[in-house]
Ligand binder design. Structure first.
Ligand code: SF4
Ligand code: SF4
Length: 362
């Protein structure tokens, strides 16, 4: 962000600002993996907190940060001329930015399989005039970063670019650096999957990390796929408001219906994601909760293990048939009870007689 980077420029190399003040934390954002920038765009929709609140330090106790994010940075552009955006990355490489968090968007192609050229890069090497590949940036910067964060399913697990048949040999950041990789501060790679990320999921994770770096939060809790556990600990199905239809054996047979979508291709019962529960922006939107099948876009097996998307998942027949059988019985019983509770008690009436059962205590 331009304004914030001005602060960073004024404050020099971003080290401690003297006294007891927290050091300025730089966030270096590389969106030059194999990526569509959808996660960057998605983050601008975050509300809890918003990116503006994070960047301007509007949250109590949050350290000052300077975000170097190509998506909205007015300094971003060609390497020469007025541009100095890439210089922040060279500074970090020279060890002149301390501390910094490295955010990676997009999957990492395998440059080793190329005889010449490159799959993707970010800025040019002044020494050679050649593009610096995204994997070389990871080689240069990961060991110097206080934390490495992978945003979106491409950066976390490879995603769509790493589909069977792709020519690039693309992979996620943990595949590239190693799943056991730790930053110099002892943090594992932090993965926030989603295609794209749910905006608040990433804003919340970034905020958590900043509180952790400020010393006011314990080690970020991650599962074995390096996902924040409070966001990815439950399945879509466990938070889907069509779960009641599933339980009663009511399944949509065409789009546009309110019932459970499992027979139309919803993978929600086996997918770790909170979007159905959380909504998309400010609680509005989502996937199966609002009529779109869950295609499992947060999962390491995405997309190959879930295609073709619009076929019913193979295992869903057994469970949905079982729920159709007992669900119809339960539904009948509930209809009887619903008729009873859908009526007011008989003592609520006008007239000169009280029939509530009230007995005066004197
Ligand atoms: S629509 Fe999908 S997530 Fe929702 S209840 Fe049905 S199977 Fe579960
Ligand atoms: S509910 Fe499914 S399709 Fe929607 S964001 Fe989550 S994993 Fe992706």
């Amino acid at each position: 962000m331009g304004a914030t980077e001005t602060t960073a420029t004024e404050e020099g190399r971003g080290g401690s600002q003297g006294g007891d003040e927290q050091p300025l934390i730089h966030i270096l954002w590389i969106n030059a993996g194999l990526s569509c920038d959808g996660d960057s765009v998605s983050l601008t929709a975050a509300m809890q907190p918003s990116i503006e609140e994070i960047v301007t330090g509007a949250l109590p106790g949050l350290p000052k940060i300077a975000v170097h994010w190509p998506l909205i940075d007015f300094e971003c552009g060609p390497v020469q001329g007025a541009d100095n955006f890439i210089e922040w990355f060279f500074k970090a490489d020279r060890g002149e930015l301390e501390p910094f968090v490295l955010v990676v968007e997009g999957s990492i192609p395998n440059e080793s399989i190329k005889q010449e050229g490159y799959w993707c890069g970010f800025g040019d090497d002044p020494a050679t005039g050649q593009p610096i590949t995204t994997s070389e940036w990871l080689d240069r910067l990961a060991s110097k970063a206080t934390a490495v964060v992978a945003i979106g399913t491409c950066a976390t697990y490879g995603g769509i670019h790493a589909m069977a048949g792709n020519p690039t040999g693309a992979m996620g950041v943990p595949d590239y650096l190693g799943w056991e990789w730790k930053s110099k501060a002892g943090l594992p790679i932090v993965c926030v999957p989603g295609c794209p990320i749910q905006p608040d999921n990433f804003a919340e994770t970034l905020t958590y990390l900043l509180y952790q770096l400020a010393g006011s939060a314990p080690m970020i809790p991650l599962d074995d796929k390096l996902r924040p556990t409070w966001l990815f600990g439950a399945t879509v199905h466990e938070g889907c408001d069509r779960g009641g239809y599933y339980e009663q054996g009511q399944f949509a047979t065409e789009y546009g219906r309110p019932e459970c979508l499992v027979r139309l291709g919803c993978w929600g019962p086996v997918v770790k994601c909170n979007v159905a529960k959380r909504g998309w922006i400010n609680g509005v939107g989502g996937c199966p909760n609002v009529g779109g099948i869950c295609i499992a876009c947060t999962m390491p097996g995405f997309p190959d293990k879930f295609m073709p998307f619009m076929d019913a998942p193979p295992g869903s027949h057994i469970s949905s048939n079982a729920s159709s059988a007992y669900g119809s019985v339960i539904r009948k019983l509930r209809e009887i009870t619903t008729k009873t509770v859908d009526k007011e008690p008989k003592w609520r009436h006008s007239g000169d007689r009280l029939t509530t059962g009230y007995r005066p205590p004197w």
